[in-house]
Write a protein that binds this ligand. Structure first.
Ligand code: CDT
Length: 311
């Protein structure tokens, strides 16, 4: 019998600099209840879901950054109510947050929480976009390379809710390598939260084109890796800067099963047939039969593109 899992993407509208953790957690908890009312058993929240997307700001004082935006423990007094509600409702969830470790290391992190409230898995974002230097003339900044270290836990999957589930975070969705490493471990679901500005920081680009790229990437990554892909936005005018919504649940066929319509708090849900990918995995994307890794060596040996001299 096919395995089905009702999965929700719980999109958040903006969280401003002055919003407290309590505001964020109460909105997340409401979204969790909405997802439960729709029958969801797994809820995917956004990247850095407890605060504004603070990497848009250059902040001189590391002490201020740590106090306002980083979590020293998870759950904490502030986040415990979300864990308690999820446990009460018997729902598992993915959530992103800024992690400050006891050793003083800082990561852009996501965790997978089981329906019993226990933390099943942790992922620390590997592809950190943007820049580390202060760009005071820019309309807004993207300082992930300043605030976070590159994740040190690799790309992993977990046995979770009778599926095999992997986690990624935001910019990872632009890198086929990240998905393929999860797919090579048998991933059936990939959960991912994001914060994506509607404007391009580097050069003028129509906002619609940015959404177009978001959609085509999600559909192709889901299909080429035969996974269910759940991508959840934090969206809207946050601190005055717009980020797009378009949270998605994409089937392994590459079809969009559900998509958000607002840039506000909004839950979308799909009843996912986890075995939908079985035929694809046995035929077109039967990795064992068709992949040719002996010809892919450059992917791990070379980072940037180099033009090979003509033979
Ligand atoms: N949060 C995050 O990774 N956002 C990036 C924006 C890139 S622009 C510097 C993204 O890929 O959506």
């Amino acid at each position: 019998m096919a395995r089905h899992l009702k999965i929700a993407a719980a999109q958040l509208g903006p969280l401003h600099r002055e919003d407290s953790r309590a505001v964020a957690v109460s909105r997340l908890t409401k979204l969790l209840r909405d997802a439960h009312a729709m029958g969801a058993k797994f809820v995917v929240f956004p990247e850095l879901a407890l605060t504004t997307f603070f990497p848009r700001w250059w902040i001189e004082s590391q002490a201020e950054v740590d106090a306002r935006y980083f979590e020293k423990s998870m759950p904490s007094k502030d986040t415990q109510p979300l864990f308690d509600e999820a446990k009460k409702l018997g729902i598992g969830f993915y959530i992103g947050y800024a992690e400050l470790t006891p050793e003083g290391r800082r990561f852009n992190t996501a965790i997978l929480v089981g329906p019993d409230g226990s933390i099943v898995g942790k992922y620390r974002k590997i592809h950190l976009p943007g820049h580390a230097d202060h760009k005071p003339k820019a309309a807004f900044q993207h300082l992930e390379k300043n605030y976070f270290e590159v994740g040190d836990l690799g790309f992993r999957v977990w046995r979770y809710l009778n599926t095999i589930t992997g986690m990624l975070i935001c910019n990872d969705r632009r890198w086929p390598e990240a998905f393929r490493v999860l797919a090579l471990q048998g991933a059936e679901i990939v959960a991912l939260g994001f914060n994506t500005p509607s404007e391009n920081l580097h050069y003028p680009e129509p906002p619609a084109l940015r959404v177009h790229h978001h959609l085509i990437m999600a559909q192709s990554m889901a299909f080429q890796n035969a996974v269910w892909l759940v991508e959840t936005a934090k969206a809207g005018f946050e601190d005055g800067f717009r980020m797009f919504g378009h949270s998605l649940i994409v089937a392994p066929t590459g079809e969009i099963a559900a998509k958000s319509q607002s840039e506000e708090d909004e839950v979308i849900c799909a009843n996912c047939d986890i075995d939908l990918a079985a035929n694809l995995k046995k035929t077109m994307f039967n990795f064992a039969a068709h992949r040719r890794p002996e010809h892919y060596r450059l992917i791990v040996e070379r980072v940037g593109a180099e033009v090979t001299p003509a033979n």
